[in-house]
Design a protein around this ligand. Structure first.
Ligand SMILES: C[S@@+](CC[C@H](N)C(=O)[O-])C[C@H]1O[C@@H](n2cnc3c(N)ncnc32)[C@H](O)[C@@H]1O
Length: 256
C-alpha cells in the first residue's frame, strides 16, 4: 500500500503502530482505524474475519460489501490478499465525496470513473463499485436495481457512539435481506447495543478476535444461532438495541 502524500479535505493523517497510515475525520471526530494498526486490523477483522480466501474458492464471483470506504484500506488489502485468478465484486458505501475524489486522484492505476453517484472500475477479475451518499438511502436503491447477495460484509462504520445510524436493527435487517445464507459479517465493535441490534434482527452473533486494547470483536452469521454465552449476557443487560426511532429522536434533540 503506498504512503499517503496528499490529504483529503476534512481529514488529518495518523501513522499507526504497524507503520500503516489512516485518516482522522473532523466531521465524525474519529480515526478510520485503530491506532494499533490500520493494515493489521483490516487483515484480522475483515480478511480473516470474513474468511475471504476460503470464500473466494467457494463463490465466484465473491460478493463483498463494505460499510464505509474511508481511505480504501479494506479494498486495497482485499486486492493484495486474493489470488489474481479469483473473481470478486467489492461494493462499498461512502458519504464523504472528498474521500472518493481523493482516492480516484491518488490511485490512477484503477481508472475509476463516475457513473451517476457510483465510482467504479472493472477488470477481468474484480469489480469495484463505491456508492456515494447516505448508505441507508443509497444501498436499498442500488440493490433494487442490481440482483446481488452478499457473501462477506465488512461492517466498518465509525463507532456506534459517533455513527449510530449504521448500527441499528433496521440497518442489520437490510443487510440480512440481501445476504447469502452462508454470509459472514465481521466488525471490530463488541458493544452490547450493536450485538443486540444484530441478534434482534435475526443474525447469529459470535465472538471475534481481540485486537489492540479491545478484548474482543464481533462476527455474525445467518446459518447459526447466537453464542449461548453472548445470549445470556444480552438477556441480562438493560442496554437496548439501537433503532432508527432512537436515532431520529437524538437528532431532533440536537437540532432543536
Ligand atoms: C471507519 S471509516 C471506514 C474505513 C475504511 N473501511 C478503510 O478501510 O479505509 C467509516 C467510513 O464510513 C463513512 N460513513 C459514515 N456514515 C456514513 C453513511 N451514513 N453512509 C455512507 N458512509 C458513511 C465515513 O465517511 C467513513 O469514511
Amino acid at each position: 500500500m503506498k504512503k499517503i502524500t496528499s490529504i483529503p479535505d476534512g481529514h488529518t493523517l495518523v501513522e499507526t503502530e504497524d507503520g500503516s497510515e489512516t485518516l482522522f475525520s473532523q466531521r465524525f471526530g474519529e480515526a478510520c482505524h485503530s491506532t494499533t494498526g490500520a493494515k493489521s486490523e483490516t487483515l484480522l477483522h475483515y480478511i480473516e474475519g470474513c474468511k475471504i480466501k476460503e470464500s473466494s474458492s467457494k463463490f465466484s464471483p465473491l460478493n463483498i460489501l463494505e460499510v464505509g470506504f474511508g481511505l480504501g484500506v479494506g479494498f486495497l488489502t482485499t486486492l493484495e490478499s486474493l489470488p489474481a485468478d479469483k473473481k470478486w465484486h467489492f461494493i462499498s458505501l461512502e458519504i464523504d465525496k472528498n474521500l472518493l475524489q481523493w482516492f480516484k486522484d491518488t490511485h490512477p492505476e484503477f481508472n475509476l470513473s463516475w457513473n451517476g453517484n457510483l465510482l467504479e472500475c472493472k477488470t477481468e477479475h474484480f469489480e469495484l463499485i463505491i456508492i456515494h451518499g447516505d448508505a441507508r438511502k443509497e444501498l436499498p436503491l442500488f440493490l433494487s436495481k442490481n440482483n446481488i447477495l452478499f457473501h462477506a460484509i465488512y461492517q466498518d462504520a465509525f463507532s456506534p457512539k459517533r455513527n449510530p445510524a449504521l448500527w441499528t436493527k433496521e440497518w442489520f435487517t437490510l443487510l440480512k435481506d440481501f445476504s447469502h445464507p452462508d454470509v459472514l459479517l465481521s466488525t471490530y465493535s463488541a458493544s452490547t447495543s450493536i450485538r443486540k441490534s444484530l441478534h434482534e434482527s435475526g443474525w447469529g452473533v459470535q465472538k471475534g478476535e481481540k485486537f489492540g486494547p479491545k478484548r474482543t470483536s464481533t462476527r455474525a452469521v445467518l446459518n447459526h444461532a447466537t453464542d449461548p454465552e453472548i445470549l445470556l449476557h444480552l438477556d441480562r443487560s438493560p442496554t437496548p438495541a439501537l433503532t432508527d426511532l432512537q436515532i431520529d429522536s437524538i437528532n431532533q434533540k440536537i437540532e432543536s
